[in-house]
Design a protein around this ligand. Structure first.
Ligand SMILES: Cc1cc2nc3c(=O)[nH]c(=O)nc-3n(C[C@H](O)[C@H](O)[C@H](O)COP(=O)(O)OP(=O)(O)OC[C@H]3O[C@@H](n4cnc5c(N)ncnc54)[C@H](O)[C@@H]3O)c2cc1C
Length: 388
């Protein structure tokens, strides 16, 4: 049997573009396909910016991967001469005795992260927009900031191409067949044979593996951009990214990285659905009426009527941990899905792990929490509608 490449990568979003880069950097022959083109915003990579943070509220088990991921972001920056990771810092705010804060502080202490624990008065003095509630503390994570996914996905894909990968843009893959020796990938007009396949189709993963036991759901996530009363208070050098669990609200925000508005998000689902082509992109005004309370109570100086809103999607697993693994029934297939709203920052290390799995190389990191299938009930997906 003849092959067109050693490894094929279907889907060139966050995970696929990084996987293609890591493979091409090893000198492996790579083919890749995307239904659109790396850098587009119609997938789980849409929405202008992504938070990178190391003090991890989801648990300190992630920290070694986050540290490695940061090094790989820096490697891609050095290889391409492009700034990708803007380390402007991030503050987490929550009750001191919450799991959220315990995880943030354990991440910092167990791994000696560059951080500072701030009292209410220190927060008020340094970041006058924020006021802590009684019992809350803030942690400033200096190894945190943001990435522009449109830029980063495109840069990783183009770097893969400059190292020899062949990437097919505007080429939807309609079917994949696996044999003992490899995989055959079909578009409407062409077919290719590869020894190993990495499937990184994000929300569309299930469609390319019908009948397979993939335990993930699509979750709609709403973001909104707001103007402010005084832009100088919201610039990146004085207003870091923040994550906050206060008054029953789980929310986050970005400074004015785009020059004229701040972006806010509320963690949790804004609707669970099945078909990635049927994402409801119309955002109902009810959301923003609810979000006014959050702005009134916690974000003075932000004008509470959004100037831009958007609905996006990601695939979610019951545990919130992604699947990054060889498919249990097919040794020629590596699947990556279910990044559950927090996978972007880890895309370089997940790309590296996917490359190693495809090439049957040893994976240095402990990836036991990313084994497939991620079983369990879905009632744990937090729903933002639960809080006013
Ligand atoms: C609104 C929002 C905010 C988020 N915020 C953060 C954050 O701040 N920090 C963080 O770390 N993570 C965050 N995440 C999570 C993170 O962005 C996603 O987990 C990540 O982008 C998923 O990457 P992916 O490669 O799996 O999917 P995608 O980036 O969606 O890539 C999948 C690609 O596959 C292609 N494709 C699909 N089907 C086919 C086909 N048949 N043929 C060819 N190509 C195909 C698509 O066109 C797409 O390019 C957020 C997610 C969302 C939605």
């Amino acid at each position: 049997m003849t092959f067109d490449a050693d490894v094929g990568v279907v889907g060139l979003g966050a995970m696929g573009s990084m996987t293609a880069w890591r493979l091409a950097k090893r000198g492996v022959s790579v083919l890749g396909w995307d239904r659109l083109a790396p850098g587009h915003d119609q997938s789980a990579s849409g929405g202008e910016s992504r938070i990178f943070r190391t003090a991890y509220k989801e648990g300190p088990a992630y920290v070694p991967l986050l540290i490695k991921s940061r090094h790989l972001w820096n490697e891609l920056e050095a290889d391409t001469g492009t700034l990708l990771l803007n380390l402007i810092g991030a503050i987490s705010m929550a009750q001191e005795d919450s799991d959220y804060m315990r995880n943030v502080i354990a991440s910092c202490r167990n791994f000696d992260l560059d951080h500072e624990i701030l009292s209410a008065s220190q927060v008020r003095e340094r970041y006058p927009v924020h006021t802590l509630d009684p019992g809350e503390v803030a942690v400033l994570d200096r190894w945190a900031g943001y990435v522009r996914p449109d830029r980063a996905n495109m840069v990783a894909a183009r770097q893969a191409e400059s190292l020899g990968a062949t990437l097919h843009r505007y080429t939807p893959i309609r079917d994949i067949e696996f044999s003992q020796h490899g995989a055959t990938v079909y578009s409407d007009t062409q077919e290719w044979r590869v020894r190993k396949l990495v499937l990184t189709a994000g929300p569309w993963t299930r469609r390319l593996l019908p009948g397979s036991e993939l335990n993930h759901k699509l979750v709609r996530i709403v973001l909104a951009w707001y103007r402010t009363e005084n832009d100088t208070l919201f610039q990146p050098d004085v207003f870091p990214i923040f994550m906050r669990l206060s008054g029953g609200l789980d929310f986050c925000g970005w400074p004015m990285i785009n020059g004229d508005s701040v972006k806010l998000g509320r963690n949790g689902s804004h609707g669970v659905f099945e078909d990635p082509d049927k994402l409801n992109r119309n955002v109902e005004s009810a959301w923003f009426i609810r979000w006014r309370r959050m702005i009134r109570d916690y974000l003075p100086g932000i004008i509470p009527d959004p100037v831009r809103v958007g609905a996006y999607m990601d695939s979610w697993t019951p545990s919130g941990n992604a699947v990054v693994d060889l498919h249990p029934d097919c040794s020629n297939l590596v699947t990556l899905y279910g990044f559950s709203g927090h996978g972007y920052k880890l895309s370089p290390i997940f790309g590296e792990i996917a490359a190693r799995l495809a090439l049957e190389e040893k994976v240095e990191q402990d990836i036991s929490i990313f084994r497939s299938p991620a079983l369990g009930p879905f009632d744990a997906i937090p729903n933002e509608t639960m809080v006013p």
